[in-house]
Design a protein around this ligand. Sequence first.
Ligand SMILES: Cc1ncc(COP(=O)(O)O)c(C=O)c1O
Length: 370
Amino acid sequence: MALLARARQLEAEGRSIVHMEIGEPDFVTPAPIIEAGIQALQMGRTHYTPAAGLPALREIIAGDYRQRFGVDVAPARILVTPGASGALQLITALLVDPGSRVLMTDPGYPCNRNFVYLYDGEPVAVPVDAEHAYQLDSATLRAHWSGNTVAALIASPSNPTGTLVSRARMAELLEAVRERDGHLIVDEIYQNLSYGEKPCSALELGDDVFVVNSFSKYFGMTGWRLGWLVAPEACVAPLEILAQNLYLAAPTLAQYAALAAFEPRTLAILEQRREQFQARRDYLLPALRSLGFVIPQAPEGAFYLYADCSRFTADSFAFCNELLETAGVAITPGIDFGSYAAERHVRFAYTTSLEQLQLGVERIAHFVDR
Ligand SMILES: Cc1ncc(COP(=O)(O)O)c(C=O)c1O
């Protein structure tokens, strides 16, 4: 965020900046969703919805799970939330007591540990490497699970690495967590942004998982603040009470707009965008590798490349700052995602046009060549 602020400041001073640090799609929300939002406003849909969300939206989300994955999820198990952020906060509010531990990957999405801290819990950052696709597996989970551990939190595809948890590995993780009477939380926010094998949903493996998702990334609705969670049946009532107390309900306007999110005409637009992200990845991955960044595995999803930059620097934070100040390219240092090997890593986001990415690569090439 500080880096983004500095990039914007440089831009305001007239510098040209290539943005490869931004964690949201550059596309605006698809027109059918915007139209549904405008219509909702004109119809005076400006009051609270039920805390768990509009029944019609919960039905539509359940229908999508049926269609996409062949799983029956009762709409009653779906809670519509203010973004995946709202969902993650509800889950941690429910599961975390003072001293409770939650396992998560390092590198990983930075806010996760703070959600746990918020309830006086203890995030346990588990170092993960490229050879394990930067994801937890059941052996590492077992090694790090202790008496106070209540849950493991994974994201597939992940931020910052774009890597997936395979179905087999997800099943093993779930089994290991069940053996320990714990919970598995799976953040599937980037699920529809995948470029190879279709990622599985944890919901295919059981109804005792917590699954988090969002309209932010694939649907291009970051600013509308809308997501959802699917919870085990027994947890729905307490989660609803938490929602009522913490934020009353997710934004009404966003919920009405999202009713159009799964319409075929919207999905056609989103599929084209997914293809554009894939084309960007297919350009950027070999381009960065040829410059000397090490990206051992081709990431299968999200819009990030997590790269080892140790050929150029032993301090990725300084590298990012210098790259921004000198070459006008903004990327994110590893420290934003944890501490494990952070000084050797940077994250590139391909949330800008192919032309901008090409310009960015040119500038980086000059920068590392100096
Ligand atoms: C892995 C992951 N989870 C959750 C979020 C939060 O997203 P939302 O906008 O849905 O709150 C993000 C945002 O970058 C993310 O990368």
